[in-house]
Structures are given as C-alpha cells and as structure tokens.
Design a protein around this ligand. Structure first.
Ligand SMILES: NC(=O)c1ccc[n+]([C@@H]2O[C@H](COP(=O)([O-])OP(=O)(O)OC[C@H]3O[C@@H](n4cnc5c(N)ncnc54)[C@H](O)[C@@H]3O)[C@@H](O)[C@H]2O)c1
Length: 273
C-alpha cells in the first residue's frame, strides 16, 4: 500500500500518511467540557494533538483533574468558567482561546440540560432556562466562534452536539426535543451561510450514552434501551469524542450543514422506543 502524502487542492488536507494526531495544533473550545460527552471530547481532542479550552459551570476540581491528565501526557488545556446561557460568558470563552493559544479552530457547543417535562407539566421558567442553555448557548456560541474564525480568514469547524431527538419525538421531554430540533436548523442554516468562509458546521447526534444526564434512569429503563439498540449497548463518551474529533478533522472536510448520528442504529429500529 502506498504511503504517499498528497494535499487536497480545496482544503490542503493531507489524504494519506500518518494521521494519528489529526487535530495537531488546533485550538478547540468545548462547552460543558468537564463531564460526560464533553469530557470525552476534551480528552480525545487533546490526545489527537489539540490545545483545549474546557468550559465548565460547576465542579472546578473535575476540570483541574482533566487538565492534570492532559498535561501529564504532554498536552495543553486550560479551564474557563462560563455559563453558555450568557453571551458575555461565551465571549469570555472565545477570548480565552485567543489569549491563551492564539486562535480558535474548533468550537464544540456541547453543554445541555434535560428536565423531562411534558406538554402538561412544562413551566415557563423551565422552558426559558432549558432554551437559554441548549439553544441560545449554541446559537451565540456559533455566532461568536464564526466571527473569530472569519477574522482569522482560514476557515474553522463548529460542532453542535444535538441528539437523536433533533428528529425523534420524546413525549416526556418536550422542551429538550424543541431545543435539539432548533440546533438541527442552526446547523443547517449556519452551515449554508458560513460555507463561503470555509467554516463547516456539523451536528453530532448521540443516541443513548452513559453520562450523568441519564443518572436517574431506572435499571428497567436502561435494560429496555439496551434491548432497543441494534449494536446492543449504550454508547460511551470515548466513542462520542472520536466521532466529534473526526467531524472536526480534515477527514470530514466535505461534511457541513448536516448531522452525523452516533446512536448504534437506534433510530432505524422499528418501534425502538
Ligand atoms: N447522554 C446522552 O444519552 C445524550 C444523548 C444525546 C445528546 N446528549 C447531549 O450531549 C450533551 C452533553 O450531555 P451529557 O450526556 O454529557 O451530560 P452531562 O450532564 O455530563 O453534560 C452536560 C454539561 O453541560 C454543562 N452545563 C449545564 N448548564 C450549563 C451552562 N449554563 N453553561 C455551561 N455548561 C453548562 C454541565 O455542567 C455538564 O458539564 C448535551 O447537549 C446532551 O443534550 C446526550
């Protein structure tokens, strides 16, 4: 097999050869980065050579522990306390990337909450809070990242962590589904708008993943989910980190304005949930 390395004329992406660290030197911001899927993304991005800004709103000691691990492996990461529902805090995140590492290459809008309310039980207060974190946070995270990337002039990638529920109704979680449906259209609309600037916007839609967001699931609910997943198991945060880093890398250079579902086939199984 040839080990020749060629450059793609559109992207400059290398098409062969050693790609063990596809994010080498890239500056990546991950919101909600000190737990669950966000932590999986942070750790994988650092392992692939990225310099990472870890956003968090609680448990600073968890952020510190992740940074220690990354630095022990020879990588670079910095923590930044920022509430994604506040545009000023999102600006602080982008500024931290630029001030610490000189630029921003990849913005991952991952932070999210789930309250489990129906049409009957949803309150205005819970609706506003969920939308501010899940959807407004992603919208303005995209806007501010795009501004920075445009000023750099050499493209970038914005990843929105959506869900199977960007498409798939979950009757017990009305506002959550609406927020993920909104992120679906954010991804598509911003992807079209930012294409000429070579800024890709990609959704990654996890299925059922083993994280704190699902901590309240009963053993019966977990068993029913496992039975419904064609691959037969609940996904891991490491697997989500790998999908996101692929979407952020030059290997996905022609992927934009769409969502990559990472759900073990769950959505395609008739009557799964
Ligand atoms: N776990 C799953 O099965 C699953 C499936 C589909 C999609 N998702 C999505 O993945 C993302 C990560 O969720 P997770 O499962 O890792 O759970 P998680 O609870 O570990 O992660 C959510 C993160 O968001 C952070 N956060 C909450 N409010 C914030 C705010 N105002 N500002 C900044 N950060 C805030 C939390 O501190 C936490 O770190 C969410 O967007 C979630 O909707 C998860």
């Amino acid at each position: 097999m040839s080990t020749e390395v060629r450059s793609d004329s559109h992207t400059g992406a290398k098409t062969a050869g050693a790609q063990a660290r596809p994010l080498e030197g890239k500056v990546v911001v991950v919101t909600g980065g000190n737990s669950g899927i966000g932590e999986g993304i942070v750790r994988e991005a650092a392992a692939q050579g990225a310099k990472v800004v870890i956003d968090y709103v609680s448990r600073p000691e968890d952020t510190d522990a992740i940074i220690r691990d990354i630095e022990a492996a020879g990588g670079q990461a910095v923590g930044c306390e920022a509430d994604v529902s506040k545009v000023a805090d999102l600006r602080k995140l982008v500024d931290t990337a630029v001030e610490t590492f000189g630029r921003l290459d990849v913005m991952v809008n991952n932070a999210g909450v789930e309250f489990g309310e129906t049409v009957a039980t949803l309150t205005e207060e819970k609706y506003d809070l969920l939308m501010a974190i899940n959807l407004k946070g992603a919208v303005f995270g995209t806007k501010l990242a795009a501004e920075q990337m445009r000023s750099q002039g050499d493209g970038g990638v914005i990843i929105n962590i959506t869900s199977t529920h960007e498409d798939w109704p979950m009757p017990s979680d009305l506002a959550y589904c609406i927020s993920k449906g909104g992120m679906r259209m954010l991804t598509r609309t911003a992807g079209v708008e930012l294409g000429p600037d070579r800024i890709r916007v990609v959704g990654v839609g996890p299925g059922a993943i083993n994280t704190p967001i699902n901590a309240d699931d009963t053993p019966e609910q977990t068993a029913a989910l496992e039975a419904a997943i064609p691959l037969g198991y609940i996904g891991t945060t490491q697997e989500m980190g790998k999908v996101v880093c692929w979407a952020a890398s030059d290997a996905a250079s022609y992927v934009t304005a769409t969502t990559v579902m990472a759900d073990g086939g769950l959505m395609q199984k008739p009557g799964a949930v």
